[in-house]
Design a protein around this ligand. Structure first.
Ligand SMILES: Nc1nc2c(ncn2[C@@H]2O[C@@H]3COP(=O)(O)O[C@H]4[C@@H](O)[C@H](n5cnc6c(=O)[nH]c(N)nc65)O[C@@H]4COP(=O)(O)O[C@H]3[C@H]2O)c(=O)[nH]1
Length: 738
């Protein structure tokens, strides 16, 4: 029982005291002496007065703690005063106490009627009782006491009913306030599904104005998606043995206004007077669901393109492979890499790079069938899954799709008011011929994509086992390359380049050699591409630059003083913003004139340029360093590069030189290259000169320099000195001077 309810008891006690006082007054003189009866009546009178007063104060919410403390002394005082008066005037005992109580009741009744609506009934009965008491005390003689007794008993019964109603109402109000203050929806329904109790929150959650709209209605009338059968089924859980409570369900409710409401529903059994009810709590989980959805999206969707991300793609491919295995069909994985994406990112910024990715994704999606899956796998890589292909058709379908992709990506993209050309390299792996699980398929498609990239731009390749072996080899090399510089496993060899006419040693090409502690001697053709792929070529190239310049610096004082050194430079190095400064430092640190350094580039470096290489080459040219184009004739052999990039030297690839003596076609080609070089004012170096015949033809054609085994193999630095001495001794080399 709560404190407030205890206070309500005062009222009850007051009633009881008055009743007892009346009884004692009637029969007391027969069984009690006056000495006991008078004080007892006085005590009961004071208890009655205080009971009415405090009960009224309680209902009006005005009964304070300090007032409760005064009750006992006040009761004592009233008792003493009335005892004293009644001892003196015993005739006043009955009418006096009736009058006092009557006045008290009038006061209480009037206050209850005025102040609180719900206590009006109680107030009216008190006014009636008070009035009756006052009247009887002044008008009635002892002969009509029986009538007074009957009247006062009837009124007392009414006031007791009023009291019960008031207390019950108070408790119910409190209960209603409590459930309304709950932040969760709260509802009690009976076995048939009718709502007995609901709170404000529940009404609002379900789209109604207040609990009154719910109470008395069947739950199926409140939720359109809910049938009576479903409601009965839900209740049956409460009748089933062994069910754990509360029953927790997460569901999305369809409301009568059409809205959807994600809720967590906690159902518990509730028993009242032997009947079972169901108590349901509804928790609005819209916010939680929104966050969950966002997390789910973030975990699966690439934020830039809006298509699947790597994680979702892997999962999806696993599912498609499982489906293909069970329904005996095939699927294909296309690994798509955007050529030149990095350059766009570097030149136009990341926002433009993102925009390009979005445009690419839209174009890719445009080529695909509705059932195909597109995902951004990372950076500039996309993956397409072609699922559910009939047996024997995957390669053809994948090839058609890849052709479509290459064609659609060939058109330029519009970016920051620029037309940007981006091509793609595509690697393809099919289930089951190229892999039986998603990881293998992705890995093999990736390997095939690398092969496609090597073959040039806008190419596609199907995976094959040889690629796998090469990829594994690359992995081994990549591992062994790490730490190889620090371990001193690299050294340079030097190959002479002589004047075709005089035989004079004018330049040497520095060529990298790797004696791996793990793998033994590894050819550059094997490790350079791996170093390029991993980006390690920048570090390696810097080492070559410094070591070559150091060596030439060391030669400066001797017979090879003033010689030009030619070194191979990769595209990665040119993209390094520190490159020009590194060259400047290497020359200065070793006391070399800039003209003593020649940088060899391949055509690929120039083709993939977006303007940056051109700018770096211009700075190098301004520094006085020469630029030479390696392997000319093997790649794209575009004349525009020769003029656009202000090259100094063209190196004719050994593939042409090799056949120059026997193949008229090669002969004509080399002739044409040399003629063109002359017209553009370029120096010409013939690579791979292996015979005296080749040397003679090249010299006759006007080639300026020769390089090849006929002159010298690549040799260590100390042997080059001996080689140079040997040249001096040769009779036909009359003016060797460096
Ligand atoms: N059959 C034949 N071959 C000849 C003859 N004369 C020279 N060669 C070889 O032809 C290659 C010439 O180098 P490259 O075209 O720059 O081609 C180089 C170059 O692209 C790359 N490379 C070598 N060193 C470096 C380096 O320091 N940095 C970079 N980025 N690449 C390098 O590796 C490639 C291969 O280098 P190497 O194996 O040293 O192979 C060298 C050389 O040994 C000949 O008469 N007959």
């Amino acid at each position: 029982m709560q404190r407030k309810e205890k206070h309500a008891l005062f009222w009850g006690l007051g009633q009881l005291s008055v009743m007892s006082g009346i009884v004692i007054w009637f029969i007391g003189d027969r069984i009690l002496s006056e000495a006991v009866r008078i004080p007892l009546c006085a005590i009961l009178l004071s208890a009655g007065m205080i009971g009415y007063w405090s009960g009224t104060k309680f209902f009006l919410g005005e009964l304070h703690r300090y007032q409760i403390r005064l009750i006992l002394p006040a009761g004592l005082l009233i008792s003493i005063v009335s005892s004293v008066v009644w001892v003196e005037y015993p005739d006043l005992l009955a009418p006096g106490s009736a009058l006092i109580l009557g006045l008290m009741m009038l006061w209480c009744g009037q206050r209850l009627i005025n102040n609180k609506n719900r206590y009006r009934l109680l107030g009216i009965t008190l006014i009636l009782r008070g009035g009756f008491n006052v009247l009887t005390s002044v008008t009635l003689g002892p002969e009509l006491y029986l009538i007074w007794f009957i009247g006062t008993t009837i009124l007392k019964t009414f006031s007791m009913l009023g009291l019960i109603y008031a207390v019950q109402d108070e408790i119910q109000q409190r209960y209603a306030r409590t459930i309304d203050s709950l932040s969760n929806g709260f509802l009690i329904r009976d076995r048939r599904g009718y709502v007995m109790v609901a709170n404000e929150r529940c009404a609002r959650l379900l789209g109604f104005n207040g609990p009154a709209d719910l109470i008395g209605r069947h739950v199926s009338e409140l939720l359109p998606g809910l049938t009576r059968q479903m409601a009965d089924q839900y209740f049956s859980h409460f009748l089933t043995e062994g069910v754990q409570f509360p029953i927790v369900d997460t569901t999305i409710l369809t409301l009568h206004n059409g809205n959807k409401l994600p809720v967590e529903m906690l159902g518990s059994p509730y028993e009242e007077r032997g009947r079972l009810y169901c108590l349901v709590q509804l928790l609005d989980i819209s916010e939680r669901k929104k966050k969950d959805d966002q997390l789910y999206q973030a975990a699966r969707i690439d934020p830039v393109t809006g298509y699947f991300n790597r994680h979702a793609l892997s999962k999806r491919l696993e599912e498609e492979v499982a489906k293909a295995a069970s329904s005996v069909c095939e699927c294909a994985v296309l690994f798509i890499d955007l050529d030149k994406f990095k350059r766009v990112n570097d030149s136009f910024g990341h926002a433009a790079g993102d925009e390009l990715l979005r445009q690419c994704a839209r174009r890719l999606h445009g080529v695909l069938r509705p059932q195909d899956v597109l995902a951004r796998f990372g950076g500039d890589e996309f993956i397409v899954i072609l699922p559910g292909l009939p047996i024997g058709t995957s390669e053809q379908t994948a090839s058609d799709c890849a052709t479509g992709i290459i064609a659609t990506m060939a058109d330029s993209f519009s970016l920051s008011h620029h037309a940007i050309g981006v091509s793609t390299s595509i690697g393809i792996a099919c289930y089951p011929s190229h892999g039986s699980d998603s990881d293998t398929l992705i890995r093999n498609a990736d390997i095939a994509m690398y092969e496609a990239k090597k073959a040039g731009r806008g190419e596609m390749r199907f995976f094959n086992d040889a690629m796998n072996a090469a990829a594994k080899d690359a992995l081994v090399i990549d591992g062994a390359l790490r730490g190889a510089i620090e371990a001193g496993e690299f050294h340079l060899v030097y190959q002479a380049i002589t004047d075709a006419h005089t035989g004079k040693l004018t330049k040497v090409e520095a060529l990298l050699r790797w004696n791996s502690a793990l793998l033994g001697a590894v050819q550059p053709d094997r490790f350079i591409p791996v170093a390029e792929d991993s980006g390690m070529i920048v570090e390696l190239g810097t080492w070559v630059l410094n070591e070559a310049c150091r060596q030439v610096g060391q030669w400066q004082a001797g017979a090879l003083g003033g010689i030009t050194i030619s070194i191979n430079v990769s595209a990665w190095q040119l993209a390094d913003p520190r490159f020009v400064e590194l060259v400047r430092q290497a020359l200065a640190a070793n006391g070399l004139a800039p003209r003593q350094l020649e940088l060899e580039l391949t055509e690929r470096v120039l083709i993939d340029d977006g303007g940056q290489v051109q700018a770096v080459l211009a700075q190098l040219r301004a520094l006085g360093v020469s630029i030479s184009l390696d392997d000319f004739g093997t790649g794209y052999s575009s004349l525009s590069y020769l003029t656009q990039f202000h090259l100094n030297t063209l190196k004719i690839d050994r593939a042409f030189v090799m056949d120059i003596e026997h193949s008229e076609r090669s002969n004509n080609l080399v002739h044409a290259i040399i003629a063109m070089g002359h017209s553009l004012g370029l120096q010409l170096v013939a690579e791979g000169v292996e015979t005296a015949g080749q040397a003679a033809i090249l010299e006759k054609m006007g080639c300026h320099y020769l390089q090849g085994y006929h002159i010298s193999r690549p040799i260590p630095a100390e042997e080059l000195l001996v080689f140079a001495d040997g040249l001096l001794d040769r009779p036909h080399v009359d003016n060797f001077a460096i």
